[in-house]
Design a protein around this ligand. Structure first.
Ligand code: C2E
Ligand code: CA
Ligand code: CA
Length: 466
C-alpha cells in the first residue's frame, strides 16, 4: 500500500514538474515573442528602414535627452541633397535608396562622436552634435566626406546644402530649433557656391517678424484690418471689362502689408482658411450689393488656397456663404493654383469635380509654374487657365513665345478660356492679343482698385474710364 502511495506521489510530482516546465516554457515563449514584437514596433516607430539611422520620431525623442544632458556647444545641422530628384530620374529608386544608406553611414561615422544623426524625410538629414572647436571644420569634413560617393561602382558627386543653428541654453523646443536650421538651409538652397549657412541675426529678425504677424492675425481679422480690393480683367477682343479678381491687403498701424508678406505664413499655420472665407464672404456681400444697386452681372474670381483641400468638405462653407447672400454662383470663379495639382496628399481632380458640380467655375492660377502633368490637366474640369506673369515679364518674347503658344494650345484644346496676368505695357498687350488669348489682367489696363471704384464700370461699361 505504502509502495503504491509512493509511486502515486512520484507520478503526481512528475506531472506537476512537467506542467510547471510547460507553463514556464509558454511564459518564456510569450516573453520572447513580446520582446520581438516590441522590437519590431520600436523599429517601425523609430528606425528609418533605408538608412537604418533613427527617423524623425527618434530624433525628436532623443534630442530632448541630449539637450538636457548639460552639454555645451551644441549645433543642429539640417542637411539636404541638391537636385536629388535628378539622381532619382537617372538611376532609379533602388539606387537612390543605396545612396541614402551610404550617405547616412558616412554622416554618422564622419562627425564627432557625441551626435544624433537621423534621416528626417526624403533626402533631408538632421544632425545634433556637440563640438567645442570651430563648427566650420565639421561642416567642411561632412562636405568632403560626401561630395563623392561610390554606389554600385558609380562615382556620384553629391551637392549638399547645410543649415546650421548654434543651440542656446534657453532653447527648449526641438521643433523651433529644427525650424531655425531649416530656415538657414533654405537661404542657400540652389546656390551652388555655398554649402552651408549659419542661422544669423537677419534670419532671427524675420522669425520675430513672423511671430509678430502670428500673434496679431486673429485680432486683425476681428478688427477688420484686412481689405478686399479688385483687379478688373478685360476682353482682348473689345477691351471691355470681363470680370475682376479679389485680392487682399492688410492695413496695420497705418501701414499696408502686401499678401506676399503674410499669405505664405498663413498657409503654413492654416490661418489662410479663415482669411479666405472672410474674403469670400466680403466678395459675396459686394456682389449682392452691386446686383441690387446697379443690376451688375460681374464675374469675380476669388483665390482659394490649397490648404482648404485637406478637408474634402471645405466647399460646404463656401456654399453656406453663397446662400446667405443669395448670390448667383455663375458670378463666382474659384482660383486654385497649379501647385495644388501636384500635391500628392490632395485628390485635386475629385475636389475640382465637386466644386464644378456645385456650380462654381474653376480657374487654374499661375499656369506654367507648377509643373503639373499633361495627364492631370486633361482630367481637371477647368473653365479658365491663367497664364502666369513670369511668361509675360521676360523682355525677350521670342524665347517665351513658343512656351506661351504651347500653353495656349493646351488650354484651347481643353476648351478653357485663357487669361493672361501681369500685362504692363502696350507691347505686351499687343503680343497677347495676337495670340488670341481671351482676357488680359494687368497694370496696363488697371491696377487693383477699391470696391467703390469698381462702381464706375457698372455705370458705363468702358475701360477708357479707368
Ligand atoms: P495671384 O493670385 O497670382 O494674383 C495676381 C498678383 O499679381 C496680384 O498681386 C496682383 O496685384 C499682381 N499683378 C496683377 N497685374 C500685375 C501687373 O501688371 N504687374 C505686376 N507687377 N503685378 C501685377 P498681389 O495682390 O500682391 O497678390 C499676390 C499673391 O497673393 C496672389 O497672386 C495670390 O497668390 C495671393 N493672394 C492675394 N489675395 C489672396 C487671397 O485673398 N487669398 C489667397 N489665398 N491668396 C491671395
Ligand atoms: Ca489669383
Ligand atoms: Ca496668378
Amino acid at each position: 500500500m505504502a509502495k503504491e502511495l509512493n509511486e502515486f506521489i512520484a507520478i503526481a510530482l512528475g506531472v506537476c514538474v512537467f506542467i510547471n516546465l510547460v507553463v514556464i516554457g509558454i511564459c518564456v515563449y510569450i516573453d520572447i515573442s513580446n520582446q520581438m514584437k516590441n522590437r519590431k514596433l520600436y523599429k517601425s516607430a523609430f528606425v528609418d528602414n533605408i538608412t537604418l539611422l533613427g527617423n524623425e520620431n527618434y530624433f525628436k525623442e532623443n534630442s530632448k535627452i541630449f539637450l538636457n544632458s548639460g552639454r555645451e556647444n551644441n549645433y543642429l545641422i539640417s542637411l539636404d541633397i541638391n537636385k536629388f530628384k535628378v539622381v532619382n530620374n537617372l538611376y532609379g529608386y533602388d539606387f537612390c535608396n543605396k545612396t541614402l544608406n551610404i550617405l547616412g553611414r558616412k554622416l554618422k561615422t564622419g562627425i564627432p562622436k557625441n551626435n544624433i544623426t537621423c534621416r528626417m524625410y526624403s533626402d533631408v538629414f538632421a544632425i545634433l552634435v556637440e563640438y567645442n572647436g570651430d563648427i566650420k571644420d565639421v561642416l567642411e569634413k561632412i562636405h568632403n566626406d560626401v561630395s563623392t560617393i561610390n554606389v554600385d561602382n558609380i562615382l556620384l558627386h553629391l551637392n549638399i546644402s547645410m543649415g546650421v543653428y548654434k543651440i542656446k541654453k534657453s532653447d527648449r523646443d526641438i521643433n523651433k530649433i529644427l525650424d531655425k536650421a531649416y530656415m538657414a538651409r533654405e537661404r542657400i538652397k540652389g546656390t551652388y557656391s555655398d554649402y552651408y549657412y549659419m542661422f544669423d541675426e537677419a534670419l532671427e529678425n524675420s522669425l520675430i517678424k513672423e511671430e509678430n504677424i502670428e500673434s496679431s492675425m486673429e485680432e486683425a481679422l476681428e478688427n477688420r484690418e484686412f481689405e478686399i480690393i479688385y483687379q478688373p480683367k478685360f476682353f482682348t477682343s473689345n477691351e471691355k471689362i470681363a470680370g475682376a479678381e479679389s485680392l487682399v491687403r492688410w492695413h496695420r498701424n497705418g501701414e499696408t502689408i502686401m499678401p506676399n508678406d503674410f499669405i505664405p505664413l498663413f498657409e503654413k499655420n492654416k490661418f489662410i482658411i479663415k482669411l479666405d472665407l472672410y474674403i469670400f464672404e466680403q466678395v459675396c456681400k459686394d456682389l449682392a450689393y452691386w446686383k441690387k444697386e446697379f443690376d451688375a452681372d460681374l464675374k469675380v474670381s476669388v483665390n482659394v488656397s490649397k490648404e482648404h483641400f485637406m478637408d474634402e468638405n471645405f466647399i460646404d462653407e463656401y456654399i453656406r456663404i453663397v446662400d446667405k447672400y443669395n448670390v448667383d454662383k455663375n458670378n463666382l470663379e474659384l482660383e486654385i493654383t497649379e501647385s495644388a495639382t501636384i500635391d500628392k496628399k490632395i485628390d485635386v481632380v475629385k475636389i475640382a469635380n465637386k466644386i464644378k458640380d456645385l456650380g462654381f467655375s474653376i480657374s487654374l492660377d499661375d499656369f506654367g509654374t507648377g509643373y503639373s502633368s499633361l495627364a492631370m490637366l486633361q482630367e481637371l474640369p477647368i473653365d479658365v487657365v491663367k497664364i502666369d506673369k513670369i511668361f509675360v515679364d521676360k523682355a525677350d518674347y521670342n524665347s517665351n513665345k513658343n512656351m506661351i503658344n504651347y500653353m495656349v494650345s493646351i488650354a484651347k484644346q481643353k476648351g478653357s478660356e485663357i487669361v493672361v496676368e501681369g500685362v504692363e505695357t502696350k507691347e505686351q498687350a499687343d503680343f497677347i492679343k495676337a495670340l488670341k488669348c481671351d482676357i488680359i489682367q494687368g497694370y496696363y489696363y488697371s491696377k487693383p482698385i477699391k470696391e467703390k471704384e469698381m462702381e464706375k464700370y457698372f455705370m458705363q461699361n468702358d475701360k477708357s474710364l479707368v
